[in-house]
Design a protein around this ligand. Structure first.
Ligand code: AP5
Ligand code: MG
Length: 190
């Protein structure tokens, strides 16, 4: 079983690369951002709660995020493994994920960070914001707030996974294909 965490700032290419990797390695892709956006679209109570945080570029509270993630994992008992995209994003989430996976005799195989400079990411997200309908992509202040949330709450997970010898970095600048190749070369060594 391979369980990957795709890590990186907003716009780093986690979702884009997960689309290729899930085909190649036959993995289930779980993006907590996509799950929240589906809940918002379907006007569920979870969506209603999440919307106020997401639209401002703030993280959604841990409890609801962790519960949502566990439900999604439990719905895919037969898979070869998972790509976790945008989860975990806090130390509480990372700890909960380790405990939850251990209970199922599973573990994270590797956490792979896609690295790119803020200015490039802002450009990518503002461009997407023209057509995505994502309120959090349409305003540079909100994008910068997402980076701030990442720096404060998510960046410490680099050490969390480095201590477990599971942290890897990949250059996230280049064509989408080039980056997929960098990722597959790394994953094939795991
Ligand atoms: P989420 O949906 O996870 O968004 P994000 O991490 O802020 O960023 P993106 O998904 O926008 O970026 P990405 O790295 O997937 O890049 P992508 O491939 O799309 O989270 C949204 C919100 O939900 C959070 O702010 C929070 O409120 C909440 N949330 C989610 N998870 C949570 C959690 N665990 N805890 C608490 N709250 C949570 O690419 C971006 C753009 O760049 C695209 O247009 C793409 O086409 C383009 N692109 C990709 N690769 C390249 C390339 N190589 N060259 C040029 N352009 C490229
Ligand atoms: Mg994404």
């Amino acid at each position: 079983m391979i369980n990957l965490v795709l890590f990186g700032k907003p716009g780093a290419g986690k979702g884009t690369q997960a689309t290729f990797l899930k085909e190649q390695y036959k993995l289930v892709h779980i993006s907590t951002g996509d799950l929240f956006r589906n809940n918002i679209k379907n006007k569920t109570s979870l969506g209603l709660l999440a919307k106020s945080f997401i639209d401002q570029g703030d993280l959604v509270p841990d409890r609801v995020t962790i519960d949502m993630l566990k439900t999604e994992v439990d719905q895919n008992p037969q898979t070869n493994g998972f790509i976790f995209d945008g989860f975990p994003r806090t130390e509480a989430q990372a700890g909960a994920l380790d405990t939850f996976l251990n209970e199922k005799q599973m573990e994270i195989s590797a956490t792979i960070a896609l690295e790119a400079a803020d200015d490039i990411l802002v450009e990518r997200l503002l461009e997407r914001g023209k057509s995505s309908g994502r309120i959090d992509d349409q305003d540079e202040d909100k994008i910068r707030n997402r980076f701030e949330e990442y720096n404060q709450k998510t960046a410490p997970l680099r050490d969390f996974y480095a201590k477990q010898n599971k942290f890897h970095s990949v250059n996230g600048i280049g064509t989408i294909d080039e980056i997929t190749n960098r990722l597959t070369r790394l994953i094939n060594t795991l």
